[in-house]
Write a protein that binds this ligand. Structure first.
Ligand code: HEM
Length: 513
């Protein structure tokens, strides 16, 4: 280690701070409530087992690194579980292959409408199907979270495969379940341990399960690719896979470079599916829960929607006329902190940053939660306060420290699509339904909600349905986690809000307006 880098070992001599940094709910608290950044400043080093990690905390440090030194901080750290030698796809790749795949995905998703009318239509179509299912469930309870998860998956499916699936299609259910389980495994403590000590931890069952899922996903996708290949029509590009297959065809004719191979297609599709499904679904569900807790804000959103949009379908173009709704959506995204620690970066070259020398190849964690909760940027960082995004006249204002999608070279590839989805899904659902907490429940531990993804990855959930795992929430009346879990359910139309129980869960309620 070089002389002028700050260097701190954290407690455990074997795994260092790895488990403390990664596990629930430390990611939320690391930058603010722990003493780390208060004590060591906005750039500090921790050792995760043998691995040196530079942590960036707060808006200034994160922005200066990811935007100001975009190239230096622009590589991705690849984990052992993804295979060190594999450099394919978009999320877990670097160099020319990453550049080519990212450019290709962005251009083709744009061509099929990302940020444009065509994808807006896909989101609206999915939203209609979703609310139709809510309505249809007259008399029955419905797991709203599961349906929302299917809806966001289907938006990605339409863009990549060129068609949506029925929610009860076994092919689709297994695609969604695998993506979800894969994510849970990836953040599980034992897989993190494997990433630190791959040779010693070969035996870890979660590592094997992760790689078995990868093998199944590969098999399933290769079958879907084969079907698409058989029906490929160069005159009619159905989605990203068709576009890729056409590039491969050009490659066979010697026209393009060699990054267009099956492995890159497979990994890119898996990346888009997993990066684009759970993130958006969790944001929408978290938003509904925040609004169930903040009824006045929910009513204000509905009032604005009724006044401006009236009964018709909300479209992205309405956003500029809906400043309060827009502010609420932004505040939901700020509060949910989907990727509290970002996705780990790595330095592409030696760099001197904030006076510290950081050598090429050092792992870097840009703590996005520390940006979204930065006490020097937000008036009320820990409260749900839509006024963060409103001026004194009620107009929408952008905020620099709003970086849920990160920034710089690795900024979320799906930002445009995700923003559109969150806006249309939430606004349409709120036009048609209202949400409230069950009788007798006055508060939800919303902190547990956003980090459930991290806490629910204990080793033995594989036999439970995915929505149960991902979206079951801990109720917290006393500020201590209860055993009871909470799932958002749909109650029959026009039925009074009640606190009916479901097994040992306490559902919140959703009823039609
Ligand atoms: C609310 C929803 C979403 C949030 C908050 C979110 C956030 C993020 C964040 C924080 C990163 C890491 C950026 C970095 O490394 O600095 C990321 C990367 C990525 N996201 Fe998203 N994302 C969302 C939705 C989506 C969607 C819908 C898609 C797909 C269309 C997507 C595709 C990706 C990809 C491919 C990457 C990797 C980019 C790269 O390494 O070059 N995301 N996202």
């Amino acid at each position: 280690s070089l002389p002028n880098s700050k260097r701190y070992h954290i407690n455990n001599p074997v795994v260092g701070g790895s488990l403390r940094i990664w596990s629930h709910p430390i990611p939320a608290t690391l930058p603010h409530k722990s003493s780390f950044s208060r004590k060591y400043g906005s750039v500090f080093t921790v050792y995760l087992g043998p691995k040196k990690v530079v942590v960036l905390a707060g808006y200034q440090a994160v922005k200066e690194a990811l935007v100001g030194c975009a190239e230096e901080f622009g590589e991705r750290e690849i984990f052992a579980v993804h295979g060190f030698l594999i450099n394919s796809g978009i999320v877990w790749a670097n160099g020319d292959s990453w550049k080519e795949m990212r450019r290709f995905a962005l251009t083709s998703l744009k061509d099929f409408g990302m940020g444009k009318k065509a994808s807006e239509n896909k989101v609206i179509e999915e939203c209609d199907k979703l609310t139709e299912l809510f309505m249809k469930s007259d008399g029955e309870t419905v797991d709203v979270a599961q349906l929302i998860q299917c809806a966001t998956s289907n938006v990605i499916s339409s863009l990549v495969y060129g068609n949506r699936f029925q929610y009860d299609d076994p092919e689709f259910i297994s695609l969604v379940n695998r993506a979800t389980r894969r994510l849970q495994l990836m953040v599980s403590p034992s897989v993190q341990m494997y990433n630190l000590f791959p040779r010693l931890c070969q035996w870890i069952p979660n590592r094997r399960e992760f790689q078995n899922i990868d093998a199944d996903v590969k098999k399933q996708n290769l079958m879907l690719f084969r079907q698409l290949k058989e029906t490929l029509n160069p005159q009619m590009c159905r989605g990203l896979i068709d576009a890729f297959l056409m590039f491969c065809f050009l490659q066979d004719s010697g026209i393009t470079d060699n990054h267009f191979h099956d492995e890159n297609l497979l990994k890119s599709i898996t990346n888009l599916f997993s990066a684009g499904t759970d993130t958006t679904a969790t944001t929408v569900i978290f938003g509904l829960q925040l609004l169930a807790k903040n009824l006045e804000i929910q009513d204000q959103v509905r009032e604005e929607l009724n006044r401006v949009v009236r009964g018709r379908q909300v479209v992205v173009g309405d956003r500029k006329n809906l400043p309060f709704t827009n502010a609420v959506m932004h505040e939901i995204q700020r509060m949910v902190k989907i990727a509290p620690m970002g996705i780990p970066h790595r330095t592409a070259k030696d760099v001197t940053f904030h006076g510290y020398f950081i050598e090429k190849g050092t792992v870097v964690y840009p703590l996005l939660a520390s940006v979204l909760l930065d006490e020097t940027e937000w008036e009320r960082p820990y409260s749900f306060y839509p006024a963060h995004f409103l001026d004194k006249d009620g107009n929408f204002v952008k905020r620099d420290a709003f970086l849920p999608f990160s920034a710089g070279r690795r900024v979320c590839l799906g930002e445009g699509l995700a923003r559109m989805e969150v806006f249309i899904f939430l606004a349409t659902i709120l036009q048609r339904f209202s949400f409230s907490l069950p009788a007798g429940v006055s508060d939800l531990n919303l902190c547990a909600v956003s980090f459930k993804r991290y806490s629910c990855c204990s080793e033995n959930h594989s036999d439970r349905p995915f929505s149960d795992i991902i979206y079951s929430l801990q109720l917290d009346k006393t500020n201590k986690p209860h055993k009871q879990t909470f799932v958002l359910f749909l109650l029959p139309k026009k039925r009074k809000v009640s606190s009916s129980t479901y097994q040992d869960n306490i559902p919140t309620s959703l009823h039609t307006e």
